[in-house]
Design a protein around this ligand. Structure first.
Ligand SMILES: [Zn+2]
Length: 258
């Protein structure tokens, strides 16, 4: 991808924010776009998009072309799990802060699930009640914050946050209604991969390849089943993956980090 200039990730003046991966079918190659800003997120974005790129490349010969990628939640498993498979390379990015990154990345993955669910819940309410005023919408967000993210302080001095206005940062709410819950489903599966990686990396990779090499040839739940993975729709799944991650975080040596 570097040789083919298929990674456009460095910041240039006027460049749009965000990150994405797409494929250029005529050339059978993936393409990654990002806008690095010198933060931990750069690494998360590029390893995330690399997961999409890898899955796209694995399935580049698939006919018809529309079956190259599965549905959105299934695609996000490729990427969110790749973020965890990339941990062995974190040291090259973070040096002495590597352990800090591990802690931040895993805890962020866990807390993302209630946050992402809140984004979905919020959309249900505002799309059902299109006549809500801007102030009422902020009120809904603020109320949901209390339910899904009770650890967040809402008494700050910046109204954008304290008054529940910052849902407007989520372009998905405007541009891709109801997409967000897909990230929550995928994050749950990626945490399943994370737990497998801790136990047996080669085995985890075999499951990943079994999953990703199917492209879009089956539905989300069948792709998971065929690769020996639990569905996030099973009640025990979320409990188990959270348990494993929580234990790891609870036993994490925070010396020199906190
Ligand atoms: Zn993605």
């Amino acid at each position: 991808m570097l040789d083919g200039e298929l990674l456009d990730v460095l910041s240039t003046e006027g460049k749009a924010g965000g990150g994405y991966c797409t494929s250029l079918p005529d050339y059978e190659v993936p393409f990654i776009f990002a806008n690095f800003n010198g933060t931990q997120e750069d690494v998360e974005v590029v390893t995330h998009e690399a997961g999409h790129a890898f899955a796209g490349y694995l399935n580049r010969k698939r006919v018809p072309l529309s079956s190259c990628w599965p549905s959105m939640e299934a695609c996000e498993v490729h990427s969110m799990s790749m973020e965890f498979f990339a941990w062995p390379w974190a040291e090259g990015f973070f040096g002495e802060d590597t352990r800090k990154f591990y802690y931040s990345h895993l805890s962020g993955a866990l807390t993302f699930i209630p946050y992402g669910t809140m984004v979905d819940h919020f959309q249900h309410i505002i799309y059902e009640q299109p006549d809500l005023t801007p102030a009422q919408r902020h009120g809904v967000w603020k109320e949901l914050m209390g339910i899904y993210m009770p650890w967040m302080r809402l008494d700050g001095e910046i109204p954008f946050y304290s008054e529940g206005e910052h849902w407007q940062l989520k372009h998905h709410i405007y541009s891709s209604p109801f997409y967000y819950i897909d990230y929550c489903l995928a994050q749950t599966v990626s945490l399943e991969f994370w737990a497998m990686i801790q136990k047996d990396l080669p085995d985890a990779w075999r499951h990943y390849m079994a999953y990703a090499s199917q492209g879009g040839s089956a539905t989300f739940t069948d792709l998971l089943k065929n690769a020996g993975l639990k569905s996030p729709f099973e009640e025990s799944c979320l409990r188990e993956v959270c348990q494993a991650a929580r234990e790891w975080l609870a036993n994490f040596d925070l010396t020199g980090i906190a």
